[in-house]
Write a protein that binds this ligand. Structure first.
Ligand SMILES: [Cu+2]
Length: 137
């Protein structure tokens, strides 16, 4: 029955948070003020030398993935080429490990392999018969 002091404090705190949010929003909307320039030293643009830097490519053709069990390295960027006229995706079946989203016919897309080694089943969300397994080393 005794009013808890915590409850009493919660209200002003919430109001304060709301005010901060409003202020932040207002600032973000009218951003005429010069942004704090952070002179980041130009890091060397060239990518770090990777020994075997061949880009993995998965091809979608005739409603199938090729290869269906691509072997990639953890965190590797994978190019996906759709040679069909229908749109396809490369979507991890469990969780959201990776997903190219819809790749229109004749187009290509990319996704990044998971950083955790293992085997990841994937599927085309439009064509459940299109399946494969990404093997991450
Ligand atoms: Cu498909």
């Amino acid at each position: 029955m005794s009013p808890s002091p915590r409850r009493r404090r919660a209200v002003p705190l919430a109001l304060g948070a709301a005010a901060v949010l409003l202020l932040a929003t207002a600032c973000a909307d009218g951003n005429d003020e010069p942004a704090a320039t952070s002179p980041s030293p130009a890091t060397s643009a060239s990518s770090p030398a990777s020994p075997t830097a061949e880009t993995k490519t998965i091809t979608m053709e005739d409603f199938a993935f090729s290869p269906a069990n691509p072997e990639v390295r953890a965190g590797e960027k994978i190019t996906v080429v759709n040679k069909d006229s229908a749109a396809h995706t490369v979507t991890a079946t469990e969780g959201d490990a990776f997903d190219t989203g819809s790749i229109a016919g004749g187009k290509s897309g990319t996704f990044t392999a998971p950083s955790e080694p293992g085997e990841y089943d994937f599927v085309c969300t439009f064509h459940p018969n299109m399946t494969g397994t990404l093997i991450v080393r």
